[in-house]
Each structure stands twice: as C-alpha cells, then as structure tokens.
Design a protein around this ligand. Structure first.
Ligand SMILES: C[S@@+](CC[C@H](N)C(=O)[O-])C[C@H]1O[C@@H](n2cnc3c(N)ncnc32)[C@H](O)[C@@H]1O
Length: 213
C-alpha cells in the first residue's frame, strides 16, 4: 500500500478532500493511505510555535526548521521521498506523478506565511516542487494536487484502461474530446462518427481530434 503523509499547520483543511470520492474509496480499498499531521505536534514550547521572524529583516514570518526535521524523522519509512512544496520549486508534471508513484511513501511539507527556512529544502527534503507559476497562501493545495495525480498511478485507484489514453500520458499528448448522452442538447450535436458504431473510423477521428488539440 502506498502511503502519503502531509505535514501542515491546518490538517483539518486537508482531510475533507482526501476522504471524499476516488481518494476516499482508494483508502477504503487499502490501495493507498493518506495521513495529515499537525506540524505543531513536533514543537516543544507551550505556545507550539512553528514560525519566527526572518534573519536579515523583511515582512512576515518564516517557518522553523526544527518541527519539520522532527516530523520527518518520526514519519519517514523505507523507500520514502520527501517533497517540500515551494512556489520556486521545479514545476510538477505527469512524469513526476509517475516517478513518485514508484516510492512506498511520499511525505509533503507544507509551508505557510513567507515560506519555510531554506535549510529544510537543503537538508531534509529530497526535492522542491511547485504546481505552477503563481503564489498560494500555503502548500496544502499543492500537496493535494500532487497526491491526487500520483494516486491515479497506483494500481486499483482508477479503472483499468482509463489511464491509457489520458492527456499527458506521453509528452505533449492531449486526449480527444469526450461526449455522453443526450446526443442533441440545445442543437449542440454529438459528432455523428461517434454514433456510427464503426470502431476504425471512431479511432481515426479520435486520433485526429487529439492531434488538433
Ligand atoms: C505564501 S507562500 C510563500 C511564497 C514565498 N515567499 C515565495 O515568494 O516563493 C507559502 C507557502 O505556500 C506554498 N506554495 C505557494 N505557492 C505554491 C506553488 N505554486 N506551488 C507549491 N507550493 C506553493 C509553499 O509551501 C510556500 O512555502
């Protein structure tokens, strides 16, 4: 079973998504397990402090190295990969999803505020990943986005066959358009070839539409 661990200061914001729909069912079926952990568990002071002012001055607060270090030491198992979420990290792709699905455990470190003390990226994380060129308020959504994409690569999580023709399965590939009933909605008509029953023509049409995209 593949294990995902999310280290965050807002674990309650993460679990509604991970326990719903496909990810929820995949956990019930024991294909994957997703745990969210409160970073404050690994603090030692009575205020459970996870951040402090930046060295060199500047706005905002920076998340401390020690709680992340302790959390990873406690949680990291065999064949594990530690990913720090970072707006300045390498952009996550489908290739990364496939690669990370090869580990037994992936641990996500979620920043907040001005980000995480750089020593976490240098000494604790194995890699820094971004989900795109924009800045979010925290690493929780990026962790969920990446977990969702990685979990789809785990056998049993999505229907066999669903993955074969999906967009990005190979570099630059985009899936053909999909339609379902009714065949006429507001005079918006499903392409006739899809109703023809001619599997060769359907395959050719799909390939052509995929190339156009
Ligand atoms: C407000 S951001 C910090 C941004 C940081 N000061 C910068 O300029 O790069 C707080 C946290 O959100 C997460 N984050 C924000 N945008 C992200 C993105 N595009 N991809 C991955 N993580 C992101 C990271 O964990 C980051 O530490």
């Amino acid at each position: 079973m593949k294990k995902f661990d999310i280290i965050t200061v807002i674990p309650d914001a993460v679990t509604p998504y991970t326990s719903a729909s496909i990810l929820g069912r995949a956990q019930e079926a024991e294909h994957i397990v997703i745990n969210s952990h409160d970073l404050r568990t690994w603090t030692t002071d009575k205020h459970k402090t996870v951040d402090d002012t930046p060295y060199g001055g500047g706005a905002g607060m920076v998340m401390k190295v020690e709680p992340f270090d302790k959390a990873v030491n406690d949680l990291k198992g065999e064949n594990a990969r530690v990913v720090i979420t970072s707006a300045s990290g390498k952009t996550f792709t489908q290739e990364d999803a496939k690669r990370l699905a090869g580990y037994d455990q992936v641990i996500f470190l979620c920043g907040r505020y001005e980000g995480i003390d750089h020593r976490v990226e240098e000494h604790i994380a194995d890699e820094a990943l971004s989900i795109g060129n924009y800045v979010l308020t925290g690493g929780e959504l990026p962790a969920l986005v990446m977990i969702d994409a990685i979990a789809r690569m785990v056998p049993g999580v999505v229907q066999a066959g669903s993955l074969e023709t999906e967009s990005h399965t190979t570099e630059g590939y985009k899936e053909h358009p999909q339609y379902t009933k009714p065949e006429n909605y507001n005079e918006w008509i499903v392409p006739a070839v899809l109703l023809s029953g001619d599997h060769k023509k359907i395959a050719e049409w799909r390939e052509e539409e995929s190339k156009k995209k």
